[in-house]
Design a protein around this ligand. Structure first.
Ligand SMILES: Cc1cc2nc3c(=O)[nH]c(=O)nc-3n(C[C@H](O)[C@H](O)[C@H](O)COP(=O)(O)OP(=O)(O)OC[C@H]3O[C@@H](n4cnc5c(N)ncnc54)[C@H](O)[C@@H]3O)c2cc1C
Length: 429
């Protein structure tokens, strides 16, 4: 049964907003625009129909939709991988734009959508799909690329990057949330096997993943990382189930249970687990910033169109300053953040070593906080502008209204990051 009210028309984005058109943005150079234009074309031709199918399934309230979504999401990642849009960590061919910048541009476009120069209409973005791309393509691939030996690389990294297999990164536990040093999951070294015991929570892609990088405590008491081949989710003594969330509808956030799960020792990554986890954090936070900015672009397109179309008290909504001002302010902020994002991404591409600089990490942590807070604010402003309609799934799903709420936690909780950042300023030693 379709739960949509026929009296509510689909909210169509009626006009381009040049200030939000990335192809029109003076901060991007010609090569970056060429890369984006190609991605836009690919998204319109190959990905948009899948995004629409995912949205449509949300309205079939009484039907089991999970299996259908699972298939669409897995195929979506494969489609992305065909063009090198899933993970950018390995360059199989030469690119004019660096891999961190490419990663950020894909995230911007996939979350924000764009006004299509080909068909003169807006192509909607989807943050939850991008979350899946980030988890498999970056949170899994980057640390594996950092530490894998030749065998692990050939078996567990190249196929993911090339063919878009689903992958995940499992850090968070029921007790160890923000405080990952409290991880309890046991990785018991038994000669040629490692036996895993413990649970993981909030693992994006967890119940879809072919491969998972699993962090746990080794016999020595130190943290380690091991690649779990889930055998297409059939691995013995391993369970995965979905955590139901508000928003992020297509991210398959999961709970994982390992109960005497046997893993081959050859899958253990060399080195310290904390170092492996922290290694990818700066790029992860940069890409989350791009996602948040993309989400602001999307929310602004919807607020703008609704304010243009809806009339109350004999005036269109945009004629009221109280409606117009937040839209204009959020647009201004969005553009400031785009320039910071692109400059950070380019710098990391041109001088890879600065990604591990503490000051760079701290600045990107700050960008992640500010951009996600803006995405949060833009969602609240859109919610107000839409009135009662915003409260219906019919509009909420289309706009991904609640997605931004998740990212105040994902990739590092804002209080924790803010506290760490401010502590640095007052260090006396
Ligand atoms: C949509 C989504 C997807 C996710 N995907 C993954 C994934 O793929 N893999 C994975 O491993 N994890 C994932 N996470 C988990 C995410 O990283 C954690 O939610 C996050 O680390 C916070 O942990 P917690 O939820 O246990 O909150 P808690 O640690 O319990 O924190 C609760 C609150 O207290 C605050 N707080 C905690 N410590 C401090 C402090 N020292 N100072 C000030 N404030 C503090 C926090 O900011 C937060 O507001 C995901 C989360 C979400 C929401």
């Amino acid at each position: 049964m379709d739960t949509r009210l026929p009296e509510f028309p689909k909210l169509e984005i009626s006009r381009i907003i040049p200030e939000l058109d990335l192809l029109n943005n003076p901060i991007l150079n010609v090569k970056e625009k060429e890369f984006l234009a190609e991605f836009f074309e690919y998204m319109e031709e190959n990905l948009e129909k899948h995004l629409k199918n995912l949205e449509e399934l949300n309205y079939s309230a009484e039907e089991p939709i999970q299996e259908k979504k699972r298939e669409i999401v897995a195929n979506f990642m494969k489609k992305l991988a065909e063009k090198g849009y899933y993970s950018t960590v390995i360059d199989f061919e030469d690119h004019d734009v660096g891999n961190v910048t490419r990663n950020a541009l894909i995230a911007l476009a996939l979350c924000g959508g764009f006004w299509s120069p080909n068909s003169d209409r807006y192509i909607n973005g989807n943050w939850s799909i991008e979350m899946g791309r980030l988890s498999g393509g970056t949170l899994y691939c980057n640390p594996v690329n950092y530490k894998a030996n030749n065998f692990q690389r050939e078996k567990y990294l190249i196929p993911v990057v090339k063919y878009g297999l689903m992958a995940a990164s499992a850090m968070t536990e029921f007790i160890a949330g923000s405080d990952i040093a409290r991880i309890e999951l046991k990785l018991d070294d038994k000669g040629d096997k490692v036996i895993a015991n413990g649970k993981k929570l909030f693992i994006t892609n967890g119940m879809l993943a072919d491969y998972i990088i699993l962090y746990g405590r080794l016999n020595s008491g130190r943290l380690g990382g091991i690649i779990v081949d889930t055998d297409h989710q059939q691995l013995k003594n391993f369970e995965s189930s979905r955590v139901r969330t508000y928003g992020m509808n297509d991210a398959f956030v999961s709970r994982l249970v390992f109960k005497d799960t046997e893993l081959p020792k050859e899958n253990l990554l060399e080195g310290d687990g904390l170092d492996i986890m922290f290694h990818q954090l700066t790029e992860e936070r940069l890409v989350i910033s791009a996602e948040a900015i993309g989400d602001c672009i999307k929310k602004l397109f919807f607020s703008h169109s609704f304010a243009l179309q809806r009339e109350q008290f004999k005036h269109k909504l945009h004629q009221y300053q109280i409606i117009r001002f937040p839209i204009a302010e959020n647009m201004r902020q969005t553009n400031l953040f785009i320039s910071a994002l692109i400059n950070y991404a380019r710098e990391i591409d041109s001088r890879t070593q600065i990604a591990s600089s503490k000051i760079m990490a701290s600045q990107i942590m700050g960008l992640k906080i500010q951009t996600c807070e803006l995405a949060f604010q833009s969602s609240i402003d859109l919610f107000r502008t839409m009135g009662g309609r915003a409260f219906t799934e019919q509009y909420c799903n289309e706009m991904g209204l609640l997605d931004a709420f998740c990212m105040v936690h994902g990739g590092g909780s804002h209080y924790v990051l803010g506290d760490a950042e401010s502590r640095r300023f007052f260090k006396t030693k």
